[in-house]
Design a protein around this ligand. Structure first.
Ligand code: CU
Length: 270
């Protein structure tokens, strides 16, 4: 086989795969008797098994509503009080045995209902799977500059240290793995910490990671060793290196120097 072809194929694969998203599809079954206002449930969520029309999904996932009832229903985006909002679904009758599906490509809360039986309601919650650690930076500087750090991982992260001197953030890794995917994606605002970065997990330097910077947001993707307990991210800048107070002091000092300089020149002339 041609070596060049092989190298090109490997390169193409490595470019194509990291960004490949395995979108999922979920069913919501409309069970027999769902039309009754006294029914114990209106929709049955196949993902959670719960008797609810509520569904938590990730961006690009698809939800299919299947009418397993003996009467017609509609899947209409909106609320009974405000009416249809036209985001998904329609006013078409979904007859017994028919189904309707929609792929959600934006984050948000999407309420829906049945036009014929408006007490049948549900909500599709679409997230990008990221969790938020709020108020990072509150313990350093004047405490006024705080940032949200978002991450996506099969375990939980808790911020333990923001070290201004060593320009590092340390996170404790908690809980049990929720999946086999040990990739940690973490979004660090550049005003909080900026790279290039050194990644340390349980005292070991990690080389298997990727770093992208886009719109002052650093996204680091780290292949985490299993059962790791401590993650340290060392940067080359960390807030509040030049916080508001230091900028004000610097400005006053600069003005004093300029004024003193002008005064001495003034004195030289006369
Ligand atoms: Cu209905």
């Amino acid at each position: 086989m041609n070596i060049l072809f092989l190298i090109t194929s490997i390169m193409l694969f490595s470019i194509a795969f990291p960004n490949f998203v395995f979108a999922s599809s979920y069913d919501i079954n409309i069970p027999t008797g769902a039309a009754s206002p006294d029914a114990p449930y209106f929709w049955q969520n196949e993902k959670s098994g719960l008797a609810t029309g509520d569904m938590d999904i990730l961006i690009d996932d698809t939800v299919a509503w299947k009418n397993a009832d003996t009467v017609a229903h509609t899947v209409t985006s909106g609320t009974p009080s405000d009416g249809p909002d036209g985001i998904f679904g329609n006013s078409d009758l979904l007859n017994p045995g028919q189904s309707y599906q929609f792929t959600f490509d934006k984050k948000g809360q999407y309420p829906y209902y049945c036009l014929i039986h408006p007490w049948m309601t549900g909500t599709v919650s679409v997230t990008d799977g990221y969790q938020t650690i709020p108020d990072v930076g509150q313990t350093v500087g004047d405490g006024n500059a705080v940032f949200d750090v978002e991450y996506r991982f099969n375990r939980a992260l808790s911020l333990t240290i923001v070290d201004e001197k060593q320009k590092l953030l340390t996170f404790e890794i908690l809980g049990h793995s929720q999946s086999d995917d040990n990739t940690l994606k973490i979004r660090l605002p550049a005003d909080l910490i900026d790279g290039p970065f050194v990644i340390i997990v349980d005292g070991e330097k990690i080389t298997d990671y990727e770093h992208f910077k886009d719109n002052d947001l650093n996204t680091i993707s780290i292949s985490m060793p299993e059962d790791s307990k401590l993650l340290t991210i060392i940067g080359t800048f960390i807030m509040p290196e030049f916080g508001m107070i230091s900028i004000v002091i610097l400005a006053i000092a600069t003005m004093c120097i300029i004024m003193m300089g002008q005064k001495s020149r003034f004195q030289l002339h006369f």
